[in-house]
Design a protein around this ligand. Structure first.
Ligand code: KG4
Ligand code: ZN
Length: 345
């Protein structure tokens, strides 16, 4: 097995299967994407209004071989041209994760390549290393996805501390839930975002939940219930809500919770470099508001390119490079985990 210092241009073949995207990519030195293949199952899950875990696992099994082959061929490489393998092993849907983990273990054994286990949220953060090649820790990161909402102090590539997190639902989850109740197809977050661009964000008053004892934590379930009540009350009266106005009002409320807490954390902990990551970092209001607020404060702000906000394997290959440099490789005993803290990696 090669040692860290032997590899000059390290090419990592990365695999991601934590939810409803089967993805593989080849990334060089954590920054340069040589290929990036994503096969989405969204169309199939849409008819059920959300991801069906059993279906997700089956589709991963069907797709993974050709997705990996495509990633290698797009990069112009054979497996022998790759220096290491990386795989998302936690957190996520356990059955879905296991497909990627077992495939990567088999490949690692067969090809004699090192295997690098990557935490899904760490990889979302690393999407920024692809978009901004000069970006380096330390920085403060708002990680917002379908399953998580964290404020993370990234003090090194593999050194992370959770400053705040959601006490209940994740930001992506509540966007999806409200969008679905308004009648938008899964995944609702992006559709709600588009509708919101056309609406009046002051039309429906929304609460602004704050946790007195934990100023960096979030609580979105009350906000979600407030929006759902508006829809249900209107239905009971035989009226229709204005989808554009409700989307705009609700999006404004969620985004102001996110921006308020991350800006407070940046101020209190002395970070002047802010980063956003995860599926919800594609939200157009979140991007605009943070750009404005950071501009006013003289903070640097980094955001992933839209194609790297959602789940993909290029971000896994990016983080894997730094995990490898810090000595984080796994043997064939590697297992998937449905939950695991980003701090543990
Ligand atoms: O990171 P991600 O692709 O998967 C998880 O790791 O969960 O995040 C998916 C989440 C979904 O809830 C989706 O609705 C949300 O990100 N999302 C958005 C937008 N684009 C994706 N939420 C708000 N606005 C968007 N533009
Ligand atoms: Zn994700």
């Amino acid at each position: 097995m090669q040692n860290n210092s032997d590899i000059k241009n390290m090419k990592i073949l990365a695999i991601e299967s934590s939810c409803d995207e089967t993805a593989a990519a080849v990334v060089e030195n954590g920054r340069t994407v040589l290929s990036n293949v994503v096969v989405s199952q969204i169309a199939e899950h849409r008819q059920y209004g959300g991801v069906v875990p059993e279906i997700a696992s089956r589709r991963h099994v069907e797709a993974i071989n050709s997705v990996v082959e495509q990633a290698l061929s797009d990069a112009g490489l054979a497996l022998s041209g790759v220096d290491a393998l990386a795989v998302t092993y936690a957190p996520g849907l356990i059955g879905a994760l296991l497909v990627g983990v077992n495939f990567a273990k088999g490949l690692s054994y067969a090809a004699g390549l090192p295997l690098i286990p990557v935490h899904h949220l760490r990889s979302h953060i690393a999407a920024n290393y692809i978009t901004t090649p000069q970006l380096e820790p330390p920085f403060l990161c708002l990680v917002v996805s379908g399953g998580h909402s964290h404020i993370v102090a990234v003090d090194g590539y593999t050194k992370m501390r959770i400053i705040g997190k959601t006490r209940d639902d994740a930001a992506g989850e509540v966007f999806d839930k409200v969008a679905r109740t308004i009648g938008m197809p899964y995944p609702g977050g992006v559709n709600l975002d588009k509708k919101a661009e056309l609406g009046n964000d002051a039309a429906y008053p929304m609460p602004h939940p704050r946790l007195a004892d934990a100023p960096y934590d979030f609580s979105f379930s009350g906000l979600k219930t407030a929006a759902l009540n508006i829809i249900h009350n209107a239905q009971q009266r035989g009226e229709e809500v204005n989808a554009e106005d409700l989307s705009a009002s609700y999006r404004r409320a969620v985004v102001s919770c996110l921006t308020e807490n991350v800006l407070k954390a940046a101020h209190d902990f002395g970070y002047r470099k802010l980063v956003i990551a995860g599926g919800v970092s594609a939200n157009s209001l979140l991007r605009r508001e943070l750009a404005r607020e950071c501009g006013e404060r003289g903070y640097e702000l980094y955001m992933p390119e839209l194609k790297y906000c959602g789940d993909n394997a290029a971000m896994v290959g990016a983080q894997a490079y730094y995990e490898y440099l810090s000595g984080n490789t796994a043997g064939l005993s590697l297992n998937a985990a449905a939950t695991r803290s980003i701090e543990l990696g």
